[in-house]
Design a protein around this ligand. Structure first.
Ligand code: PMV
Length: 366
């Protein structure tokens, strides 16, 4: 087995010594956009309400881990580089996350790892970069466990376990391990739903809704002023919490039916209602905060106006940030892109729009 090296100021090297178990794994994992929003959590990173998302394809994280299993280690040794540079704030969060996984994947305490990660989109800007980042890492850990032990341990299958581990990093990340529509959190609408991990949408999807596009208008790529974690905590004593949880249960049931029936008017109504409710909760919590920007509101008004004028069922949703996700069926792509180009690009930072669409989920690269 390799030599223990606890001095992280020394150059970090894989020793690949005699008898050491080492390897390399790599996953590409996409971001996802919630249509029914998770907002509020309980101890253990458990959601206060169920959520339903759409997995993207172009906005993704690629993570590669070179690892070495060293029997003598008692705590994981981690080096993390983001876009080929050491990013201390990320490294700290990632190290904390990995150290907390020791209970769920004990082998991790005896692993030295060199993690390389990069995104195709700006991080910390309300485009769920933590979702793609933590799902990519969790998938890598499951692959390492599989390489070391032949299979993931416990009662969950590979993807359930990856989703479970991703959730511990960032709740919404648990939905990124599957493509298409994904449900996370117990709901009466699906018996096999779970608070512990996401599950693929269990019913048939109406043809209009199988090929959905998401054009992300980047109003600002600045780091957000209040983290999602802080926002979730504010739901604990939120005066509207119980009304919100009733609303989310109703929206969840309706949207699950709508995805099967293809009722686009119903879809637009629920998706926009969820986006506005999320930000209304932020504005009415104590302390209150606003993540929207004037340009966000201008775009929202223009999207509504365009929908009235054109009859095209395009709607907006928002994550925890000022950027707008415009959601629409693929058949309207040309018209919507033209509308964005002529009327909305002016509101985007550097004219930046990410044209994305529903994807098949993560891909193993190595
Ligand atoms: O996964 P977190 O802790 O970053 O929270 C995400 C919360 C929202 O993005 C606002 C909603 C959601 O369901 O993704």
């Amino acid at each position: 087995m390799g030599q223990k090296n606890t001095d992280m100021s020394e150059p970090f090297k894989m020793s690949h010594g005699t008898g050491a178990l080492f390897g390399k794994v790599s996953w590409r994992s996409p971001s996802n956009i919630a249509l029914v929003k998770y907002w509020g959590k309980r101890e253990g990173q458990l959601p206060s309400n169920p959520s339903l998302s759409l997995t993207l394809s172009q906005a993704f994280t690629e993570s590669t881990i070179e690892y070495e299993f060293i029997e003598a280690l008692t705590s994981p040794e981690i080096q993390f580089a983001f876009s080929n540079a050491i990013e201390f704030s990320f490294e700290e969060r990632i190290s904390g996350y990995i150290k907390n996984l020791i209970f769920d994947i004990p082998f991790i305490s005896q692993v030295r790892m060199n993690i390389q990660s990069h995104n195709t989109f700006p991080h910390s800007a309300g485009i769920a970069s933590s979702a793609s980042a933590f799902s990519a890492l969790a998938l890598c850990f499951c692959s390492i466990e599989k390489q070391l032990n032949g299979a993931v341990s416990g009662t969950m299958n590979f993807y359930q376990k990856a989703s479970y581990l991703a959730r511990l990093g960032s709740g919404s990340a648990c939905r990124s391990v599957y493509g298409g529509y994904v449900v996370w959190g117990e709901t009466v609408d699906y018996n096999d739903s779970s608070n512990l991990y996401g599950v693929p949408f269990p019913y048939d999807v109406h043809p209009l809704l199988t090929d959905m596009h998401d054009s992300i208008l980047v109003v600002s790529s600045a780091r957000k002023t209040v983290s999602s974690s802080a926002g979730h905590q504010l739901m604990k004593y939120h005066p509207y919490a119980s009304a919100r949880y009733q609303q989310v249960r109703d929206n969840m049931s309706s949207l699950i039916r709508i995805i099967q029936s293809g009722d686009m008017d119903g879809f637009v109504k629920i998706v926009e209602n969820e986006a506005m409710s999320l930000h209304a909760l932020m504005m009415s919590s104590s302390d209150s905060f606003i993540l929207l920007q004037p340009a966000t509101l201008s775009v929202i008004e223009k999207v509504k106006d365009y929908r009235r004028r054109s009859g095209i069922p395009v709607c907006f949703t928002l994550d925890a940030g000022p950027n707008i996700h415009m959601i629409y069926p693929a058949i309207y792509k040309d018209q919507v892109h033209e509308f964005i180009q002529s009327e909305l690009v002016q509101f985007c930072e550097g004219g930046r729009v990410i044209h994305d669409f529903i994807g098949d989920g993560p891909k193993q690269l190595i």
